[in-house]
Write a protein of this length. Structure first.
Length: 347
């Protein structure tokens, strides 16, 4: 079970911003007087006024979901809610796309966790994302992010369909990371969508894509190749021609609505204004001066790490840093000064 702070009413002390989008800002930190117990704060007081009703609707779903799973091992625990948003315990673990568990015990535990949620009348509704599944340090299964959860104590027909889709999404993860463990029954479930899921794909998903990609300005990440192969080398040459610039590396990150932006990491002590003047307005969306770029043993820049920073894939960076503290110390200053604070939307 996640550790609970001794004084839930103590002021929150922010340590790091994890994500910022149209609906909330997610921060990790601790409560005053308990620095060794990490907690997570979802703040809504800074969202635009026009989107605030929808942001609070999502927050209320999360609050109801967390209330429903109070005491269930493998889920975050709600600490408090207030005018700013909500505070919950920190769930320690590695996202599924990094952990890639092949131990049958993990998948058995994940099935049991879904059963516990179902008994509480809770459908998660967002388990298609491997980032919402964690493997704890003990090898157990955990789930996070209850913004889309549905709490239906009566567990009627619609709830059973949603719970079935939760199970099917778990099996999709199992098929991806441990296909040899799938049973014949599980394969049949994977091939059989529920009626609400089929209706959603035929109707609602099109509206969802229009709202999220056009109105809410989320991204699908198209066009990274052309910008990286054609534009990035030209911009890097402009920057390295400056006195005081050692090297410049560009990575792609999602832009609003569609396409990608260019995020430049520049090894220099020059101010951002000088870098911007060198590349020209509108040529690169983000430019971050860094004291030192991360390199491997042969001296080659670790572009894979910089790509994680550019896309704000903070959980994956932290998992890598936990396995290699020296790497964590090298990439830490760059993460602290990162300019993209959302995984899907450019603020």
């Amino acid at each position: 079970m996640d550790r609970f702070p001794p004084d839930p009413s103590a002021p929150f002390v922010a340590v790091r911003v994890h994500k910022r989008d149209a609906f909330s800002e997610t921060l990790s930190g601790h409560l005053e007087g308990a620095p060794d117990i990490p907690v997570v704060r979802r703040r809504l007081d800074g969202v635009p006024r026009w989107v605030r009703p929808l942001a609070w609707a999502l927050a209320r779903r999360e609050i109801a979901g967390l209330e429903a799973v109070r005491g269930v091992e493998g889920t975050p625990q709600l600490i408090r809610t207030d005018a700013e948003g909500l505070l919950r315990t920190f769930s320690e673990g590695t996202p599924l796309n990094l952990a890639r568990p092949s131990d049958p015990a993990f998948w058995r535990d994940a099935h049991l966790l879904l059963s516990r949620l179902r008994r509480r009348g809770l459908a998660h509704n967002d388990l298609a994302k491997p980032q919402n599944w964690l493997m704890t340090p003990e090898g157990r299964a955990a789930v996070i992010d209850f913004q889309l959860a549905s709490h239906r104590p009566r567990r009627g027909r619609l709830f059973r369909a949603m719970a079935y889709e939760d199970l099917r999404h778990l099996l999709k993860q199992k098929r991806k990371y441990a296909p040899g463990l799938l049973t014949a029954t599980e394969r049949r479930i994977l091939d059989r969508r529920s009626l609400p899921s089929r209706l959603w794909r035929a109707t609602g998903k099109r509206l969802y894509n229009f709202v999220t990609r056009r109105l809410m300005r989320w991204s699908d990440g198209e066009g990274a190749g052309a910008r990286l192969t054609e534009e990035a080398p030209r911009l890097a040459a402009r920057l390295t021609a400056l006195d005081g610039v050692e090297e410049a590396v560009f990575c792609a990150f999602p832009l609003p609505a569609h396409g990608v932006g260019l995020y430049g990491f520049v090894e220099t002590d020059l101010p951002p204004e000088a870098l911007r003047a060198a590349v020209g307005e509108g040529e690169a969306e983000l430019l971050q001066p860094v004291a030192q770029l991360p390199r491997d043993g042969s001296g080659r820049v670790r572009e894979d790490l910089l790509a994680l920073v550019a896309e704000n894939r903070l959980d994956e960076i932290e998992a890598l840093a936990a396995r290699d503290p020296a790497l964590g110390a090298e990439i830490g200053p760059i993460v602290a000064g990162r300019l993209n604070l959302t995984d899907r939307r450019l603020a």
